[in-house]
Write a protein that binds this ligand. Structure first.
Ligand code: ATP
Ligand code: MG
Length: 234
């Protein structure tokens, strides 16, 4: 397996680390059967990709073999944001038959942390997500990892996250504090429920906390108990 190098910007914020540990604990309490988890939100920029990356890395640091799968085939920020070097093929190569599974999963310099990037943008992501190749990948990948964390595009704009969610054990909805109107969030929850995607919980992101006279941001998670005892409806 090929290995990539990356350069992660310092997240030296105590609140962020605390929030991530809390999120990791909540994920563990979702139960043993919950291992493929997608991350979505209502609109752009709420922090899905950041939460997906940090959660995957935190689980890996805990000794869980974890794959971060970037299934946002419309906008991928992973390679640029984390200065990832050495990637040749991404998920869109696999979904268009240009690469095998083994060609798109990369080890990283961090133990137990594996990556699949989105790859070049494709004209019709929905068609690819509805293909047998996608279903097969999602089915087979869970045998190889303790956790698969899947990044997706925002549900308020496109339905990709419902299709992706149907191949996961559940989804976490990222909510940027103060940005989303209740109605939009309700629509997103309805879309997920109609598609039989189990909602594991929510992360309230970019929370303003006045501390020592200046603002900080942090993750905050809650609501995992909703998914805890619920059977997947499929
Ligand atoms: N907790 C946080 N505190 C401060 N900045 C944050 C936090 N979470 C995310 N950001 C910043 O917000 C911006 C958007 O984050 P990110 O790319 O993760 O969002 P996204 O939901 O994946 O966006 P898109 O819908 O475009 O894919 C980035 O610049 C990121 O660094
Ligand atoms: Mg994103």
């Amino acid at each position: 397996m090929k290995k990539v190098k990356m350069n992660i910007p310092d997240q030296g914020d105590y609140q962020l680390k605390e929030g991530l540990n809390q999120l990791k604990t909540n994920v563990a309490f979702c139960g043993e059967g919950i291992k493929v988890i997608s991350i979505t939100s209502s609109v752009m920029n709420e922090g899905k990709s950041s939460v997906a990356f940090s959660l995957a890395k935190t689980l890996a640091a805990d000794g869980k073999k974890t794959l971060l799968l970037d299934a946002d085939l419309r906008k991928s920020t992973l390679v640029a944001k984390y200065h990832i070097e050495g990637i040749e093929k991404g998920f869109s190569h696999y979904l268009t038959g240009q690469a095998g599974k083994e060609d798109i999963i990369y080890a990283t310099e961090y133990d137990d942390f594996y990556l699949t990037v989105a790859g070049p943008l494709v004209p019709d992501p929905i068609r690819l997500l509805n293909s047998d190749l996608f279903g097969t990948f999602m089915e087979q990948i869970k045998e190889k990892f303790d956790y698969v964390i899947v990044d997706t595009p925002p549900l308020g704009l496109v339905v990709d996250a419902v299709i992706i969610g149907q191949h996961t054990d559940g989804t976490i909805v990222v909510i940027e504090q103060g940005v989303i109107k209740r109605k939009i969030l309700q629509d997103v929850v309805k879309q997920l429920r109609t598609g039989n995607v189990q909602i594991l919980g929510a992360v309230l992101n970019k929370v303003d906390q006045v501390s020592g006279g200046y603002y900080k941001y942090s993750y905050y998670s809650e609501g995992y108990s909703h998914g805890k005892h619920k059977k997947k409806q499929k």
